[in-house]
Design a protein around this ligand. Structure first.
Ligand code: HEM
Length: 449
């Protein structure tokens, strides 16, 4: 056990250069660092200090099973404060985090997800029916509109069409505003605390909050709330350990957290799955046959392989509150440790031919807790992982059943960073050769029965 604190080696560039490398070309940058310095390396990021990357499963395990009082994740998400609010589970640490997480976990239990299947299929089918046949479209924004709709209905529980229209408009304005690179600069300059008080920010956020807080109120007053399945209805009935219900702002903050954490991540993963599948027609055929029989082992493998090869988030972060030994280094307090999803997923000793899209590997080997980590791990593991996996499978199955797609360009799309997610560079462009109308399918089903 080392007695003096020390950082693993890493590039000696000026901090501005390593920030640029990380910001503009994160994947080559991380890969170069690993080739040069090994499984653990350090670089510095402007305003953030030192980040220690770990990419060996034993090191990842140390981080994910380490003491949450030492390994803080909330601090690393502080930039999200103006959007998700101070009660958000994403921003909390230690005891506060665990009590909030306990409240949020039951509605996301794996088995409960089945109940959203019909809704997810309906939303996906309506979207697919609007695709122009014979024309080129980008699938990524189409998938965003599917995942937004699913969150508004399954998580927020909104059913009324006019209200859905209204919220959709307000959310789109808010999301466009917050993801606009100019606003990001504004954000970085002011810091999260001050941004949330600025008039320009409030003008985009207040109209959204107004609807969400109104939904919270309506749900509290609904005498039939216990018959509802949506996540807000379950949370309105949840109780803290001392018997208190969640407060209005607390509920609003968690709803916004689920939107921010679950909308773009799931949409981007779906877009990547289709981007990869379209370039492997034999896989599409296999999937189509399987989906027709109602089986889902290959579908599951496709989803897992997509999240392995194209994880939307390349790292997760934990800020050390005390020195901690990881991988033979005693790391000093104050540095952030980054289990690197991208590098772990590209290890040839775990995934032979790591750059190849090969879903079969997950038919041969189950995903490991510390080797397949698109949802992070330990007490911070993504709360919506079951929801996202189920949604991906349901939406993909609908697309495979209903649409015939081919890539606009046979070359793979580049991985491009947008805000914090890694997205398909051309938006997963496709040519829609055919869309099977719902009625034709219903007739077919009728004939079959
Ligand atoms: C493919 C889609 C998704 C991916 C790749 C993803 C990935 C992640 C990752 C990497 C983390 C951080 C884990 C860590 O620090 O160890 C996280 C946290 C979280 N995610 Fe997801 N996520 C997805 C979908 C969703 C959905 C659909 C929801 C909810 C509706 C959701 C809710 C959350 C929440 C609440 C947290 C914070 C957990 C905590 O701090 O305790 N995510 N997600």
């Amino acid at each position: 056990m080392p007695t003096a604190t020390q950082l693993p080696p890493g590039p000696r560039y000026p901090v501005a250069l390593s920030t640029l490398g990380w910001g503009l070309r994160p994947m080559p940058f991380m890969e170069r660092c690993r080739r040069r310095y090994g499984d653990m390396f350090t670089f510095r990021i402007l305003q953030e200090g030192s980040w220690v990357f770990v990419s060996h499963p034993d090191q990842v395990k140390q981080v994910f099973t380490g003491d949450p009082n030492v390994l803080h994740a909330g601090a690393a998400n502080h930039i999200l404060l103006p959007i998700v609010g101070r009660h958000s589970v994403l921003l909390l640490d230690e005891r506060e985090h665990m009590t909030q997480r306990k409240l949020l976990l039951p509605p996301f239990h794996g088995e409960r997800m089945q109940r959203y299947g019909e809704l997810m299929t309906e939303v996906a089918e309506r979207e697919i029916a609007s695709w122009p046949q014979g024309a080129g479209i980008a699938l990524w924004p189409r998938m965003q509109s599917v995942t937004l709709e699913v969150i508004m209905r399954a998580v927020f529980g909104i059913r009324d069409a006019d209200r859905l229209d209204e919220l959709r408009g307000r959310l789109s304005t808010m999301l466009d505003w917050t993801l606009d690179p100019r606003q990001m600069l504004f954000y970085a300059a002011l810091g999260p605390q001050r941004v949330q008080e600025k008039a320009a920010f409030r003008r985009t956020m207040d109209p959204v909050d107004e609807i969400l807080l109104d939904e919270v109120r309506r749900r509290r007053e609904d005498p039939a709330v216990d018959e509802r399945d949506d996540i807000l209805s379950l949370l309105v009935q949840a109780r803290h350990e001392d018997g208190r219900p969640m407060g209005d702002r607390e509920l609003r903050d968690e709803l916004m957290t689920m939107l921010v954490a679950g909308h773009e991540t799931t949409a981007t993963s779906l877009a990547w799955a289709l981007e990869r599948l379209m370039r492997h027609p034999e896989m599409l055929d296999r999937l189509r046959e399987e989906v027709a029989t109602g089986e889902d082992a290959y579908l599951d493998a496709v989803v897992r392989e997509t999240l392995r090869l194209r994880p939307v988030l390349p790292i997760v972060l934990r800020k050390l509150q005390q020195p901690m030994e990881i991988g033979g280094y005693l790391l000093p307090a104050g540095v952030s440790v980054a289990p690197c999803i991208h590098l772990v997923h590209r290890r040839a000793d775990i995934y032979p031919e790591p750059r190849r899209f090969r879903p079969e590997r997950f038919l041969e080997q189950a995903p490991g807790t510390y080797t397949w980590i698109p949802f992070g791990g330990g007490v911070r593991r993504c709360l919506g992982a079951s929801f996202a996996l189920f949604e991906m499978k349901t939406v993909l199955a609908a697309v495979i059943r209903r649409a015939r797609l081919r890539p606009s360009d046979p070359a793979p799309e580049r991985v491009t960073r947008r805000a914090i997610t890694l997205t398909p560079g051309d938006g997963a462009r496709t040519i829609v050769d055919a869309v099977e109308p719902v009625s034709a399918r219903a007739e077919l089903a009728g004939t079959a029965s």
